[in-house]
Design a protein around this ligand. Structure first.
Ligand SMILES: Nc1ncnc2c1ncn2[C@@H]1O[C@H](COP(=O)(O)OP(=O)(O)OP(=O)(O)O)[C@@H](O)[C@H]1O
Ligand SMILES: [Mg+2]
Length: 232
């Protein structure tokens, strides 16, 4: 992996992403430039289909891109092979998804431990750290519950605990409250806000939800393939 010199957690220059369908090129992202600094919460808003998830997946090295420079946590994502992408994801970033994607056959604490075990943290330490973070998200009493025994809001909080347990510099969240009712959304939003203050990670927050977006330090929308600041 190439390490780059930049103070920003994320630096994007001239990013282009298009899909070729038969002989027609569809530009999804067309010359995007932006930075996310350390400890910043940045929203990415915009209508359905404008490319929000595409952008997030590119930043998480889950998807490729066609032109430009994308540096995330000191790594240039341009020419990584599959093994380097896996390493990058394991070491540098975490995702919070709308579907929390908990493994159904594992308990809450085992789900949270998973990324640590993949990163070769030993079992005992992984368990302690996972228990601590589950306490922080208010699930100290539910560590042994299986996903099917948890409510939607509780599952979402396990997803947040799993994303945060690795103490990564950057969290990528795609509609993290998308499946929740208003009370649970607010609860999750407050929780993420508090945890961000404590751990100071950078957060890129893809959302349709204005209330959730309002927690961002900087709000942006994707418009015509570019990331544009939202005034105010
Ligand atoms: N493999 C593909 N081939 C062609 N077009 C694709 C492909 N994958 C995604 N797209 C198109 O790229 C565009 C951006 O999709 P993306 O999922 O990033 O949108 P989004 O902003 O996240 O939308 P939503 O708010 O509905 O989640 C869409 O128009 C989609 O149809
Ligand atoms: Mg999407």
């Amino acid at each position: 992996m190439t390490n780059t010199i930049t103070n920003a957690t994320v630096s994007v220059r001239g990013l282009q992403k298009y899909y070729q369908v038969v002989d027609q090129k569809y530009h999804i992202l067309s010359g995007m430039d932006f930075e996310v600094k350390s400890g910043e919460i940045v929203s990415v808003e915009g209508a359905s289909g404008v490319g929000k998830s595409t952008l997030l997946n590119i930043l998480g090295a889950m998807d490729s891109f066609d032109e430009g420079e994308v540096d995330v946590c000191g790594v240039s994502l341009k020419n990584l092979n599959e093994r380097q992408r896996e390493l990058f994801r394991a070491e540098k970033i975490s995702f919070i998804f709308q579907q929390h994607l908990l493994l159904p056959d594992f308990t809450a604490i085992e789900n949270v431990m998973m990324p640590l075990l993949i990163s070769k943290v030993n079992q005992k330490e992984a368990k302690e750290r996972s228990r601590d973070i589950l306490k922080l998200v208010g699930l100290g009493e539910r560590t042994e519950s299986f996903p099917s025994q948890l409510s939607g809001g509780e599952s979402a909080r396990v997803g947040v605990a799993r994303a945060l347990v690795g103490r990564k510099q950057l969290i990528l969240a795609d509609e993290p409250t998308g499946n929740l009712d208003r009370d649970n959304s607010r609860h999750l939003m407050d929780l993420i806000k508090d945890l961000q203050k404590e751990f100071q990670f950078s957060l890129i927050l893809v959302t349709h939800d204005m209330e959730l977006a309002s927690m961002a330090h900087k709000r942006n929308r994707i418009l015509s393939g570019k990331l544009t600041p939202i005034a105010g």
